[in-house]
Design a protein around this ligand. Structure first.
Ligand code: PLP
Length: 486
């Protein structure tokens, strides 16, 4: 028997590996109905474990064939088992997972935008695992409306006559225009026809609704008379769009909402506004003057806008959703549109949205409990001690390494298209490893468990505590340790 042949034979069998990892196939299941293994793998679907064990064994065979294995001892099951376990757990873990956002961008579209308030999480959990009165009227025992759960709350918080919630704000814009303007012209300022990221262009969504865009004004300036001159027989509405992550500065002007509203009324047309982020708090009234640039939906409606649309998971800090609020005559037409069925909100979202909106009934409570609002409104003086605490923890992890860890003032961003020019003052924890660029450490952190997303500034890797909960500091330290040893 050749030496290589005996190495191949020494490789443990599939069954032996599976038994060690998750127990015998015909063994009694544990309390959760799974095979009785002691490892994490026991919780995984057996066919997935089998496939990744097969991959692992295949790699071993390739290593033997290439002459990379010399000794049978290297192939003994107890020797291989830790590597197999790590391999299987890595290969079988869910693709969609939690990450640590150390970027300081609060509403990070790529990282899932707003985390939910504890009240919203609880509501989702309850709605997810049981039946509910989603479309059932408990007072009459007859069919109910899924819109009934949040309409009164939205009315109360915005002053609107009527409201509904749909899948997201893009759907809200599409549905509003399809219901009120299909086949007719919508007058909109050239300076507001923006692309907001992910190749999502406002004019394209508007056109998909079947309305005809009538662009007026110049990119930097649009006057009331431009809107007035565009109104004719086939006009369906005037529209304002939040310019999102884009800002025109310098020689600019747009008419006030009150002026546009008066013009729309004279022609019995609706004035529609896509607010994008959709604040529900009057930030100036809450003493947050730096945030006053983002008007609350209630202020916009009070200024004479007939229908507003905004996102549920941007500054509002709730689940992905689109909210449409305004005059009853328009909202009724939107509710009756069959397209609504394709864009409707699901029950988990509805549960989270109602719980989030309830917090807004007391703005001080909303600012404390809704993570996105809390993070946006936190001052640098409160972030500084948190940065110190994080740095102290990371120092322990970094002790064996030649590096510098410093605190310095920096800027966080709101993200989500809100307050595009506004720097939120913060304190950054900045790490530089001597003789190493920060890029490789940044990449290694993305592969840690949990992955950490950090940003590079001035050739240092920076962690911004604004978007970190203190419960995440130990996770970040653990991920950093893994990354440093990778
Ligand atoms: C973000 C945004 C949208 C899209 O909202 P989604 O909830 O992501 O669908 C539409 N319009 C504006 C102005 C936005 O900022």
């Amino acid at each position: 028997m050749s030496e290589q042949h005996s190495l191949f034979r020494a490789l443990p069998s599939m069954n032996a590996v599976l038994e060690a990892l998750i127990g015998p196939a015909d063994g009694p299941p544990d309390k959760k109905g799974r095979g009785r293994g002691t490892l994490l793998c026991a919780a995984l679907p057996r066919p997935l474990v089998r496939e990744s064990v097969e991959d692992f064994l295949q790699q071993c065979r390739a290593a033997i064939a290439a002459g990379a294995v010399r000794d049978k001892e290297e192939l003994a099951l107890p020797v291989l088992l830790p590597r197999i376990t790590a391999y299987v757990e890595e290969a079988c873990r869910p693709h969609f997972r939690r990450v640590i956002n150390a970027t300081g961008v609060v509403i990070h579209t790529n990282l899932g935008r707003s985390p939910l308030a504890p009240e919203a999480i609880e509501a989702v959990t309850e709605a997810a695992g049981a039946y509910s009165n989603l479309e059932f009227n408990l007072a009459t025992g007859a069919r109910g409306s899924r819109y009934s759960h949040v309409e009164n709350l939205i009315r109360r918080l915005t002053g609107a006559e009527a409201a509904l919630a749909v899948n997201n704000n893009a759907a809200a814009v599409l549905l509003t225009l399809d219901s009120l303007c299909k086949g007719r012209e919508v007058v909109v300022s050239r300076g507001e026809l923006v692309e907001i990221g992910g190749s999502f262009r406002i004019p394209e969504v508007m056109e998909k609704s079947g309305c005809i865009l009538k662009e007026v004004g110049a990119t930097n300036r649009t006057h009331l008379k431009d809107y007035a001159a565009a109104i004719r027989e086939g006009t369906a509405a005037l529209m304002k769009v939040h310019s999102s992550n884009f800002r025109i500065i310098g020689f600019t002007s747009v008419p006030a909402r009150e002026e546009l509203s008066a013009l729309a009324k004279r022609h019995t047309l609706p004035l529609i506004e896509d607010l994008g982020s959709g604040a529900l708090i009057d930030f100036a009234a809450a003493g947050l003057h730096a945030l006053a640039a983002e008007p609350a939906a209630a202020q916009v409606l009070a200024a004479g806008v007939d229908v507003v649309t905004f996102s549920g998971d941007k500054v509002l800090g709730g689940p992905q959703a689109g909210i449409i609020a305004g005059k009853a005559e328009y909202i009724e037409r939107i509710k009756r549109n069959p397209l609504n069925r394709a864009l409707r909100i699901d029950k988990l979202t509805l549960a989270a949205l109602e719980a989030t909106l309830r917090l807004y009934c007391d703005p001080a409570l909303a600012l404390r409990r809704i993570p996105a609002l809390r993070m946006i409104s936190e001052g640098a003086e409160s972030i500084r001690p948190r940065a110190r605490k994080l740095a102290a923890l990371l120092k322990k992890t970094l002790a064996p390494f030649d590096c510098s860890l410093t605190l310095r003032p920096g800027a966080s961003r709101t993200g989500g298209g809100a307050f595009p020019e506004l720097d939120l003052p913060t304190w950054l924890v900045c790490l530089a490893l001597r003789g190493q660029s920060p890029d490789s450490l940044r990449s290694a952190l993305l592969r840690s468990t949990p992955p950490v997303v950090a940003r590079i500034e001035d050739n240092e890797l920076c962690f911004d505590p604004r978007t970190l909960d203190s419960s995440e500091y130990p996770l970040l330290a653990k991920a950093l340790e893994q990354a440093l040893h990778a």
